[in-house]
Design a protein around this ligand. Structure first.
Ligand SMILES: Nc1ncnc2c1ncn2[C@@H]1O[C@H](COP(=O)(O)OP(=O)(O)O)[C@@H](O)[C@H]1O
Ligand SMILES: [Mg+2]
Length: 267
């Protein structure tokens, strides 16, 4: 595959079933309509963002609310039954309990598993914030809780002038940081914390995710992070034999997050 072609005209339609531009006509709802929402970022790609987002959705569903996941930009899709599927988007859909159009939960779905702005260029698409914000508003109006998973780390370019940090800022959501425990993660985590703070966003909590079975000095690494990250540790997820939402949620406590629904809504 040639990822060198930067001169592709931005004219062909999106891969998603509905063009994202249709979303711009979504009627606005007045004020924040969802009591719980967050943006899940990570120290890198493949650090456990999807696993933790799915665990969060599972916990929300268990607490009796309508919860929906959103993966606004996904790169890497396979055609099954005539429909393009992305693993992250599917995992979030499976963990939530609100059925929304894929064109809303993932307004930008690309075929190639490469950096999103490159995947977009390959399909002649320009990623913009407006369709994502409109989709978020629509999802929030139909749900009690929305979990938005970022792409890769916190500052992944989405176009020449837009990145995932700016997306989090425009959504104006509290951020949950997933730290994939491996050598180098302290630096990655602290740089990410700095970038979140620099944008005026609330770092609501972080998760220590043990990607490796026997990381050398894992306890000391977590201790170093605890001393330096100015937000609560939501849990330490061990290397799981079956890495799924149900297994992960046993190691997590989300109850301290802003607007977390602590009791089933009975009134
Ligand atoms: N604690 C864990 N134990 C075992 N496997 C894990 C754990 N966390 C993540 N994984 C696996 O690592 C891979 C990357 O996780 P994922 O949640 O998809 O990361 P991201 O969304 O950050 O790219 C997946 O195959 C996932 O199942
Ligand atoms: Mg993911």
């Amino acid at each position: 595959m040639n990822t060198n072609d930067e001169s592709v005209a931005v004219s062909t339609p999106l891969l998603a079933p509905l063009p994202a531009t249709e979303l711009q006509s979504t009627p606005h709802v007045s004020g924040p309509s969802t009591p719980y929402a967050c943006f899940v970022t990570g120290t890198d790609t493949e650090v456990g963002k999807t696993l933790i987002s799915a665990a969060m959705l599972h916990a929300l569903v268990q607490s009796g609310v309508r919860a929906c996941g959103m993966k606004p930009v996904a790169a890497g899709a396979a055609l099954r039954g005539g429909v393009w599927h992305n693993d992250d988007a599917d995992a979030l859909t499976a963990a939530g309990n609100v059925v929304m159009l894929t064109s809303l939960t993932t307004p930008y779905l690309f075929r190639e598993p490469v950096a999103p702005h490159i995947a977009a260029e390959l399909q002649g698409v320009a990623i913009e914030s407006a369709p994502i914000l409109a989709a978020f508003i629509e999802i929030a109006a139909a749900s009690d809780a929305v979990v938005v998973e970022g792409v890769g780390g916190f500052r992944v370019p989405l176009s020449g002038s837009f990145d995932t940090a700016e997306l989090a800022q425009q959504l104006d959501l509290p951020v949950v940081l997933v730290v994939g425990l491996r050598l180098g993660c302290i630096n990655h985590a602290l740089l990410t914390v700095e970038a979140i703070k620099a944008r005026g966003l609330l770092l609501a909590g972080w998760v220590a995710n043990e990607l490796e079975p026997d990381m050398h000095c894992a306890n000391e690494t977590i201790e170093a992070l605890l001393q330096r990250i100015p937000a609560p540790l939501l849990g330490r997820v061990p290397r799981l034999v079956q890495p799924n939402a149900i297994a992960a949620v046993n190691h997590l406590d989300f109850s301290g997050l802003p607007n977390w629904p602590s009791h089933p809504q009975t009134n």
